[in-house]
Write a protein that binds this ligand. Structure first.
Ligand code: ATP
Ligand code: MG
Length: 545
């Protein structure tokens, strides 16, 4: 796999060289309020890979300071996602592990005259805060004495007040050009049971207060976060300095990852699930890591994609095709190439012996002999892909079967179509062909060139299979003003019923294959050996030569 290289790595190199730090410690801090998506993978992979490249360590820290939306279901899911991508956190911590320390540090700020309890409503706090053009106005509660603040803060903790009745605010500068410095809220009252601390607390620290303290306590050297925290950095540094934390972490921001045609926000993904627009977080159309996994994406493909997408201080939008490319690159030489027919059309070889089945040799992967070979059944009755036959060859570029035209059946013989049977609606139900026994694959026959090569499945041994085909979930259209929930692509999940060759008895969940001339597929979680279900991970770019 490619080495990670970016501007943050350069900063780390310099910091090690100058002695600013003597090892690298990073953390990945998801909020356990949803499943991770591929955007989070950028943060996760960046943190783990950068630390690893310096022999450093990475903590997993659940940022669980907002009990309203968090749940242990998400904690477990996130742990599994990280493991799936092959990372091992040095420690697993929770923001809530530090509630006692955070509370004590808030009191320290009060004692230093740097924090106060404010009775303004949330609405008034925003009003008093001003905006980019107007400086803020001091809260009438700003000059409470240290003693009064300590008492009120303790009362807040002891549950004397209702939600929203009071907050603890930092006393910084209501005229600061950076609005985050205009006496930001440090603690709020929330009478909500926390998924880990239960009812012990009814006050919870805000991200801007808790996060720098958690980083400092854990000895994080480089605290990497996405760009929207850029103008929170001054506050981050203020908190670390004023709380007199012995270890000083540094925050570095990087651009967020966006992917074309892909919704990448937890909130939207949650709405898709809650409105039953998808099967769940692991719906194969979802950009969640569990969705990508179920679809058949490999951890390697995702990691290589993230690394190749680069990292800079601007948000980036990457083409979805690039992720597909890295999947193909990863598994092209690793998986067996089988024959499958998604939309079957019956073929009868009129000059082939009734009842006979022969087995022809087939390499498992024409580009990788190490994967060995198998036997493929051939007989009088076969299935081919319906789109591989037309009555009349339309032009010289058409490289499939037509009446009077000869094609090669991959791994088997040349066949020529002679006539068709149709149903009462005129639909073709059977194509009658003849085969030429001299043209067996591997025989060296070279007297005629067939009009292309198509795949087939022998009818008697064929295994029925369901094929799930995917397109982007949401139709992106700048002129369409409807909510994304009303813009679900009706073709985002198409189901086809067909056959695959009987290559093996048992198909393992997530086992991957190339179905020749079609695409890369993975065995779906719903698949059973007597009811096979395959998800198309990505289509093939090119067909076999
Ligand atoms: P969302 O915006 O999707 O709701 P979030 O940023 O609120 O996600 P967190 O759980 O806070 O989700 O994210 C954990 C880490 O992942 C954070 O460091 C966050 O900056 C980072 N992250 C989330 N989305 C992206 C993205 N699209 N690109 C890069 N990093 C991301
Ligand atoms: Mg967040």
């Amino acid at each position: 796999m490619e080495e990670i290289s970016n501007f943050i790595k350069t900063i780390m190199e310099k910091d090690l060289e100058s002695g600013k730090c003597d090892s690298i410690m990073t953390r990945f801090p998801p909020e356990p309020n949803a499943y991770l998506h591929i955007g989070h993978a950028r943060a996760m992979i960046t943190n783990f890979e950068l630390a690893k490249s310096f022999g450093g360590k990475t903590n997993l820290r659940f940022d669980d300071t907002n009990p309203a939306k968090e749940d242990t279901e998400f904690v477990e899911a996130i742990k599994k996602d990280i493991e799936w991508l092959g990372y091992h956190p040095a420690n697993v911590f929770f923001g809530s592990d530090y509630f006692d320390q955070t509370y004590e540090l808030a009191k320290k700020l009060i004692k230093k005259g740097l924090a106060y309890v404010c009775d303004l409503s949330q609405e008034d706090i925003s009003k008093y805060r001003g905006d980019l053009k107007t400086p803020g106005i001091n809260s009438p509660y700003r000059d409470r004495s240290v003693e009064e603040n300590l008492e009120l803060f303790e009362n807040m903790k002891n549950g004397k007040y209702a939600d929203g009745e009071k907050v603890l605010r930092a006393k910084i500068d209501m005229a600061s050009p950076n609005i985050n410095m205009r006496d930001p809220v440090l603690y709020r009252i929330l009478h909500i049971k926390h998924h880990r601390t239960g009812n012990k607390w009814c006050i919870y620290p805000m991200y801007d207060f808790a996060h720098p303290l958690q980083d400092a306590i854990e000895g994080i050297t480089h605290s990497l976060c996405s760009l929207e925290y850029d103008n929170h950095r001054v506050l981050y540094d203020w908190v670390v300095e004023k709380c007199e934390m012995p270890h000083v972490p540094q925050q570095i921001e990087f651009g967020r990852l966006n992917i074309t045609n892909t919704i990448m926000s937890k909130r939207y993904l949650r709405e898709l699930v809650q409105n039953n627009k998808v099967e769940g977080y692991d719906d194969p159309r979802m950009p969640t890591l569990v969705g990508l996994k179920r679809r058949g994406y490999t951890p390697e493909a995702i990691k290589n994609f993230i690394k190749a997408s680069g990292l800079s201080r601007v948000n980036s939008t990457i083409e979805g095709e690039m992720l597909e490319h890295f999947l193909r690159e990863d598994i092209k030489l690793k998986v067996n190439r089988l024959m499958a027919v998604k939309d079957p059309l019956k073929v009868v070889i009129d000059n082939y012996e009734d009842g006979k089945i022969e087995y022809v040799d087939a390499e498992n992967n024409s580009e990788n002999p190490e994967l060995g070979s198998r036997k493929v059944a051939f007989s009088k009755k076969l299935y081919i892909e319906r789109e591989d036959f037309v009555l009349e060859k339309p032009n010289k570029h058409y490289k499939r079967l037509a009446l009077g035209i000869e094609v090669r059946l991959y791994h088997a013989y040349f066949i020529k179509a002679n006539s068709v049977e149709t149903d009462e609606n005129g639909n073709i139900t059977v194509v009658h062909c003849t085969y030429d026994p001299l043209t067996k694959s591997g025989s060296g026959f070279n007297e005629r060139k067939p009009n292309g090569t198509i795949q087939f499945v022998e009818a008697q041994t064929a295994r029925e299979a369901t094929f799930n085909l995917f397109e982007p979930l949401i139709i992106e259209d700048e002129n369409d003003e409807r909510s994304f929930l009303d813009r679900i692509n009706p073709n985002s999940w198409t189901v086809k019923k067909g056959f695959i060759e009987n290559a093996k008895q048992h198909f393992e969940e997530l086992e991957r294959f190339q179905f020749i001339r079609d695409g890369y597929y993975a065995v779906d979680k719903e698949s059973k050996d007597d009811n096979l279900v395959f998800n198309r991970i990505v289509p093939l770019k090119s067909s076999i030569k």
